[in-house]
Design a protein around this ligand. Structure first.
Ligand code: GDP
Length: 476
């Protein structure tokens, strides 16, 4: 960890001036309250003939230390897939037809329960689909620190081509570093033109294999149920390359996919188990909720006694309703209760503090404190031309402390999805001749996202430049 020059001098029994002088000789200009890292401190210690030892960082009472798995205990686990794409391009239809064609009908009469995720079989191997299509759910979870998706299926209608939400989905998946498989849907339609879709996608660095790229693109029709098996096989192929593994023989670790309060049953949460095995009777904690697993139901509506990695199950037994994206872990009862209480207390103080994300106003402070190395920006504008002009000028801002990244740029009003992406990637949003809609404004409020709108490109560039260099005039 780090220590200020003043504290270090005190601990070594030296004058602050002496320490600063030594630091200068070592090539570092430091002030009295500046923090020095452990390496620097131990070099100084050497100079002054004192032993410097690092104090192990204090354990955070709201965290449960992760169990380290050994390589030898890891075994193959099924991939977890999210379906994304523009509205009406067939995400829901595709999920339905996958379920109908690949959940064997003798199982519970072929009826799948909606629990937020389900498993299908292909070539004797399982694939898990998250049942809430769209990047909103995906990014909302990511904003809470949960990473559950291994592979994103980007659905593009062959008769409509790449649309604004297609681009959003691409950027959301890229920002999460999740590989994309493209499903070119509705190939049964008269106006279908898969080649045009491929051309359009190439503009976003998604190049099909037959054109020398490495993006898998599968033509499908959710209506006629064609291409579905091909798509599933491709998912398994990508999964194999990702070398997905987990240790089933340990306490469970997973993510809350959905949670609700059921009138009769109390808090009901769908958990995707990611590591270990969850069992009836296990003590669990998820966010600020804790309890004991009373009962578990799988995606086919059957009661189960255990759930292994990559298995979605509905869990009864938490005393409260957790939030989607909360991490669930099985621990001993005492820890579960103690940590949940600590988290509750922390949540209360945080609500009071209303912790801020990046904003232009405190940008310079964050840069100075070394908290910010990348300035992430989401751009929305009324026309493509303005986006390009803004993008170029923003990327041209040269500063050695921070690098400007454009996480997403699109035409249209600032929407909720932009805000969630900004929250997940700690970005600020710049709107040019566009404004946030009502939902975006609400989300920005609760996620503490800084939205700046401009009518003159020069003003936008100026503000960002000024903020980076600490010259931003205060807002009144
Ligand atoms: P979502 O908004 O992306 O979930 O899209 P939906 O699954 O709701 O589909 C939107 C519309 O496209 C619906 O009217 C579907 O019936 C239709 N649709 C979906 N897939 C296909 C397909 O493969 N072929 C045709 N012809 N229509 C489709």
């Amino acid at each position: 960890e780090s220590i200020t020059v003043k504290e270090l001098a005190g601990k070594m029994g030296r004058e602050v001036g002496e320490v600063i002088k030594k630091l200068m000789m070592l090539g570092t200009m430091a002030s009295i309250n500046q923090e020095v890292d452990f390496d620097t401190a131990s070099i100084l210690g050497g100079e002054f003939g004192v032993d410097v030892e690092a104090i192990p960082p204090e354990e955070d009472p709201t965290e449960i230390p992760e169990i380290e798995d050994e390589e030898k205990d890891l075994v193959y686990r099924p991939p977890v897939v999210t379906v994304m794409g523009h509205v009406d391009h067939g995400k829901t239809s595709l999920l339905d037809s996958i379920r109908q064609t690949h959940v064997t009908s003798q199982e519970a009469g072929g009826i799948t329960q909606h629990i937020g995720a389900y498993q299908v079989m292909c070539q004797g191997k399982k694939i898990v689909f998250l049942d809430t299509p769209g990047h909103e759910a995906f990014t909302a979870m990511r904003a809470r620190g949960a990473q559950v998706t291994d592979i994103a299926i980007l659905v593009v209608a062959a008769d409509d081509g790449v649309m604004p939400q297609t681009i959003e989905a691409i950027n959301h998946a890229k920002s999460a570093k999740v590989p994309i498989i493209v499903a070119i849907n509705k190939i049964d339609r008269p106006g279908a033109n898969p080649d045009r879709v491929k051309q359009q996608l190439a503009e976003y660095q998604l190049i099909p294999e037959e054109w020398g790229g490495d993006t898998i693109m599968v033509p499908v029709s959710a209506h006629q149920k064609t291409g579905i098996s091909d798509l599933l096989e491709m998912i398994l192929l990508v999964a194999e390359m990702l070398d997905l593994k987990a240790n089933p023989n340990r306490l469970a670790y997973g993510t809350i996919i959905e949670a609700k309060l059921d009138k009769g049953r109390g808090p009901v949460s769908t958990v995707l188990v990611q590591k270990g095995t969850l069992r009836i009777g296990d003590s669990i904690i998820a966010g600020t909720a804790y309890g004991k697993v009373r009962a578990m139901v799988n995606d086919r509506g059957e009661k189960v006694k255990k759930a292994e990695p990559a298995t979605p199950v509905e869990v009864l037994g938490l005393a409260d309703v957790p939030q989607a994206g909360d991490i669930l872990v099985a621990v001993d009862e005492r820890t579960a209760r103690a940590v949940a209480e600590k988290r509750m207390a922390k949540k209360r103080t945080e609500e009071i503090k209303q912790s801020q994300k990046v904003s232009l106003d405190d940008l310079f402070k964050q840069i100075q404190e070394g908290n910010l190395k990348d300035l992430n920006i989401v751009i929305k504008a009324d026309v493509q031309g303005s986006i390009e002009a803004l993008r170029q000028s923003l990327l041209n801002i040269k500063n050695k402390e921070v690098r400007v990244n454009i996480v997403h740029a699109g035409v249209g009003a600032i929407n909720e999805s932009d805000v969630m992406l900004a929250a997940a990637s700690n970005a600020l949003i710049i709107g040019f001749n566009v404004r946030p809609d009502g939902n975006a404004r609400k989300a920005a409020d609760s996620e503490k996202i800084d939205i700046r709108t401009y009518r003159v490109i020069y003003d936008a560039i100026n503000d960002v430049e000024a903020a980076i260099t600490g010259m931003l005039a205060p807002e009144f």
